[in-house]
Design a protein around this ligand. Structure first.
Ligand code: SF4
Ligand code: SF4
Length: 131
C-alpha cells in the first residue's frame, strides 16, 4: 500500500515541475489541437463558389440530422447548395459528414470556442461556414 501511495505522490509532484503540467492558463494560453481534432465545420471554397455540389450525402449520414441542404442549379448548369446549414446545438462532432463527402467540400477545423448566448447563433449558415 505504501508503494502505491508513494507512486501516486510521485506522479503528483512530477506534474508540479515546470514543463510537466497538463493544464494551461486558458484563455490566455490556448492548447494546440491535434490535426485529427474535430471542431467547427468549414465549407471549402473554390475560385468562384463553394466546392459543395449539394449531393445530400452529408445530411443522409448525419446521425444527429442537423444538416440542412437545399440544392439548386447555377447558370452553368452546376448543382450548388442554395441553402446549407448546420445546427451546432445538435451536432455531436462525429465527423461522418466530412468522411461521406465525395468532393472534400467539407472539413472540420480546430475551432472549439463555440459558446454563445442565443440559440440562433448556433445555426451555421453557408455564409458562416465559408468564412
Ligand atoms: S459532425 Fe456528425 S453530427 Fe455533426 S454535422 Fe457532421 S455528421 Fe452530423
Ligand atoms: S457531402 Fe459534400 S458535396 Fe455532398 S452535400 Fe455534403 S458537403 Fe456538399
Amino acid at each position: 500500500m505504501f508503494t502505491a501511495i508513494a507512486k501516486g505522490l510521485g506522479i503528483t509532484f512530477k506534474h508540479m515541475l515546470p514543463g510537466h503540467s497538463t493544464t494551461v492558463q486558458y484563455p490566455t494560453v490556448k492548447l494546440k489541437m491535434s490535426a485529427r481534432f474535430r471542431g467547427l465545420h468549414r465549407l471549402v471554397p473554390t475560385q468562384d463558389r463553394e466546392k459543395c455540389v449539394a449531393c445530400y450525402l452529408c445530411p443522409t449520414v448525419c446521425p444527429a440530422k442537423c444538416i440542412t441542404v437545399e440544392a439548386a442549379e447555377n447558370d452553368k448548369g452546376e448543382k450548388y447548395p442554395r441553402i446549407y446549414k448546420i445546427d451546432l446545438l445538435r451536432c455531436i462532432f462525429c465527423g461522418y459528414c466530412v468522411e461521406a463527402c465525395p468532393v472534400e467540400a467539407l472539413e472540420m477545423t480546430d475551432a472549439y470556442e463555440l459558446a454563445n448566448y442565443r440559440r440562433e447563433d448556433f445555426e451555421f449558415t453557408k455564409e458562416r461556414l465559408l468564412k
